[in-house]
Design a protein around this ligand. Structure first.
Ligand code: KG4
Ligand code: ZN
Length: 338
C-alpha cells in the first residue's frame, strides 16, 4: 500500500489548524488564529473562538490543499480532534470533518488532542519509541502520560490540579504588564534576568508525585510584585520573570524525569505550547542527558496547536488498521485518554 495521505483538522481552542501528512512527510500546515481577538480579554473567549473557527474553516482547508498541491479527492482519510477542548470550538472542526468524510466517501478518525501532541514528533524525528513518557504543557493542559501505544491506550500519570503551565505563564505575564499570550514574552524578558534572584515556591501535590500545582506560585509572584509596588519600588521585571520561569521549568523537568525513571522508560517526548520555552528546552536537555533519557521535542511550530499533529496521528491510525469513527462521532470537551 502506498503511504496514506491524511487531512487533519484541529479546532479545540483558538487555532484553526489544517494539516496534510503523507506517511511521515508534512505536506501542509495551514493555520488561522483568533488569538488577537482574545488578547484584550486576557484569555480565550469560547464563543469568539467558535465563530472564528467557522469563518476560517473552509479557507484554511483550501490553503492547506494549495500548500500540498493536492486536490481534496487525493485525500485518503480525514482526522479531527474530537476532544478535549472547548465544546463549541470542537463542534466546528468535527462537523467540518464529517462533512468532508461523507462528501468524499473517505474514512473519518476522531482523535484525542493530547495523543496528537505526542504523535506529531514523528514528523520531526521519525517513529515514536513505545513505550515513552510524554509531558504535554500548554495553555489548557499540563500532564504527564505513559504512552505504550499512541494509537491506543495512553495512561495519565499526573496532571495539574489547578492552572495549566501555560495559563500560569499567561497570568504572571499579566501581573507584569506583558501582553497575552504571555509565555513567549516571559521567555524573552527572562533572558536578561537572574533566575536565582527570587526563590519562588515549587508546589508539590500530596500523594501525586507526577502532578503539578501552579496556583500557589502564581499568587506568590503577584504578592511579591504588589509588595514592591506598595513601597513605591521599581519591580525588577526581568528578574521576576526569570525566577518564575525557573520555578515552572524546575518542577516540570524534575517530575518528567522522575516519571521516566519510575516506569523504566528511556524516552521522553515534550509537547504543547510551553514546550517552545527556551529555558524548558535547555533544562530538559540537561536533565535528560544526566539521566540517560533520550529527549524528543518537536520544533516549536509543531508544539503549539496545529492540524499537522492531528494528521500525523491519523496516518498512524490508518497504517495500524484501526477502525474509523462512526459519522455520529461526538465532540467531547472532556474526552479522556483511556
Ligand atoms: O499548545 P498551545 O498553542 O495551545 C493550547 O493552550 O492548547 O499553547 C499555548 C500556551 C500559552 O499559554 C502560551 O503562553 C504558552 O503556550 N507558550 C509559552 C511559550 N510559547 C507559548 N510559554 C512559555 N514560553 C514560551 N516560549
Ligand atoms: Zn494543545
Amino acid at each position: 500500500m502506498t503511504e496514506p495521505i491524511v487531512l487533519g483538522i484541529e479546532t479545540s481552542c483558538d487555532e484553526t489548524g489544517v494539516g496534510i501528512v503523507r506517511g511521515r512527510e508534512l505536506l501542509a500546515d495551514a493555520l488561522a488564529s483568533s488569538v488577537e481577538e482574545h488578547a484584550r480579554f486576557g484569555g480565550v473567549v469560547p464563543e469568539v473562538a467558535s465563530r472564528a473557527h467557522l469563518e476560517a474553516m473552509v479557507p484554511t482547508v483550501h490553503r492547506a490543499l494549495d500548500q500540498a498541491q493536492l486536490r481534496i479527492s487525493d485525500i485518503d482519510a480525514i482526522a479531527v480532534t474530537a476532544g478535549p477542548g472547548l465544546a463549541g470550538a470542537l463542534l466546528v472542526g468535527v462537523a467540518a470533518a464529517k462533512a468532508y468524510a461523507l462528501a468524499l466517501g473517505k474514512p473519518l478518525y476522531g482523535v484525542n488532542h493530547l495523543a496528537a501532541h505526542v504523535a506529531v514528533d514523528r514528523l520531526a524525528h521519525g517513529d515514536l519509541p513505545e513505550p515513552c513518557v510524554a509531558m504535554l504543557v500548554s495553555g489548557g493542559h499540563s500532564s504527564l502520560l505513559l504512552v505504550p501505544d499512541v494509537t491506543g491506550a495512553v495512561h495519565p500519570l499526573g496532571q495539574t490540579i489547578d492552572d495549566a503551565a501555560g495559563e500560569a505563564f499567561d497570568k504572571v505575564a499579566r501581573v507584569l504588564g506583558l501582553p497575552f499570550p504571555g509565555g513567549p514574552h516571559i521567555d524573552r524578558v527572562s533572558a536578561d534576568g537572574d533566575a536565582t534572584s527570587i526563590d519562588f515556591p515549587r508546589g508539590v501535590v500530596r500523594d501525586a508525585p507526577y502532578s503539578f500545582t501552579f496556583s500557589g506560585l502564581k499568587t506568590a509572584v503577584a504578592r511579591w510584585v504588589e509588595a514592591r509596588q506598595r513601597n513605591g519600588e521599581t519591580v525588577p521585571l526581568a528578574d521576576v520573570a526569570a525566577s518564575f520561569q525557573e520555578a515552572v521549568v524546575d518542577v516540570l523537568t524534575r517530575r518528567a524525569v522522575l516519571a521516566c525513571r519510575d516506569h523504566g522508560v528511556d524516552h521522553l517526548v515534550i509537547g504543547g505550547g510551553v514546550a517552545a520555552n527556551s529555558r524548558l528546552r535547555a533544562v530538559a536537555t540537561e536533565r535528560c542527558e544526566a539521566a540517560s533519557i533520550a529527549l524528543r521535542m518537536p520544533p516549536p511550530r509543531l508544539c503549539t496547536d496545529n492540524g499537522a499533529m492531528v494528521a500525523a496521528l491519523g496516518v498512524l491510525l490508518v497504517e495500524r488498521g484501526v477502525d474509523p469513527s462512526p459519522l455520529d462521532l461526538p465532540a467531547d470537551p472532556a474526552l479522556s485518554l483511556t
